[in-house]
Write a protein that binds this ligand. Sequence first.
Ligand code: GLA
Length: 392
Amino acid sequence: MEVMQIDSKNLKNKVRDEFKRRFKKEPMMVHAPGRINLIGDHTDYNLGFVLPAAIDRGITLALANNGSDCCSLVSLDMGEEISVNLNEELRPINTGWANYILGVMQGLRSRGLELIGFDAVFGGDIPIGSGLSSSAALECAAVLGISRLMGNEISNRDMIHIAQKAEHDFAGVKCGIMDQFASVMGKSNQAIRLDCKSLQYEYLPIELEDCSFVLLDTKVSHSLGDSEYNKRRAECMEGIAIINRKYPQAESLREVSMEMLDNSKSEMSDKIFQRCLFVLEENSRVIRAGNYLKSGLSKEFGQLMFSSHEGLSRLYDVSCQELDLLVEEAKKLDPIYGARMMGGGFGGCTLNLIARRGKEDSISQLRSSFIKAFGREPGIYEINIEDGARII
Ligand code: GLA
């Protein structure tokens, strides 16, 4: 059974060596992590609660000034390079990965920072489309690296907002704030309980008794940009608009109680009702899960993960058969306390909370069931919780 191991030192050397080979100078090195989300999906853009953590996989970026008014941007993994003329307006282009960096450059510019020419090379060890936020990691590495290179210290808050806006404006995904927040603010061995309305947060040590988190990757690659994600967001907005007829003071689903939703039920379609119901229930699960995490109650925490998945699959309709199968099989295995799809959905990974004693067996059973059903290998990743974006 192949459990992918991470060699972050190797990634740093690989990116730096490639930079030096191409540009013949010593670069500044930045790393920004991907994230898992323990619980609380599709709640962030509804201004609710999430519980993410930064992981030991991410994007490493090498960059240095070049004294010109052009930039060369290189993706090591895609084997592609683009050139940007800083005298021209920055706009989204057809090269997907470049848009995350261009969006960040535009964000810095619109905050009054003057961009001067630089070269950049990046690489990563987050499987793309696995729901671990490789795009947020790239945006956050870019915003930290480029702002520092231009001699500007911007606040974490600003970095997070610039990165999120890059995703909105240059990648066309109207994401919430969770991924960028986790990538910038992550802390080793801690989850972040974040209130997406006030942006108040609290670090919660991940100390679930004798358990660890393991990811099973369906390798069904989702494309959030393919509009289903934005559609869910629009459906929630439709829900709140209907609720506002009776309760004009509610700005988001965050301010809606079960009673308010029930009172508006007759005015909305079943679909819109289900979307809203899921968000209300998921918010309440995040609050409870945070408390279980504080008390180290693994089984109770795990149960909430299972119900989160159920809601994401049945009410919010963002799962797929591969994710559902992995969660159904996990339910049958005693040492697995909880499992759920994670992130935007339509593919990617399940997050599994597994008791250490039966870990190996459980993973190999999940793997066999997956191979039996779909005739191919799932990815299996053990992860550690790490610090957020930093100069390395
Ligand atoms: C994606 C988005 C996040 C969040 C999750 C779902 O990862 O980028 O903002 O909405 O989906 O929880």
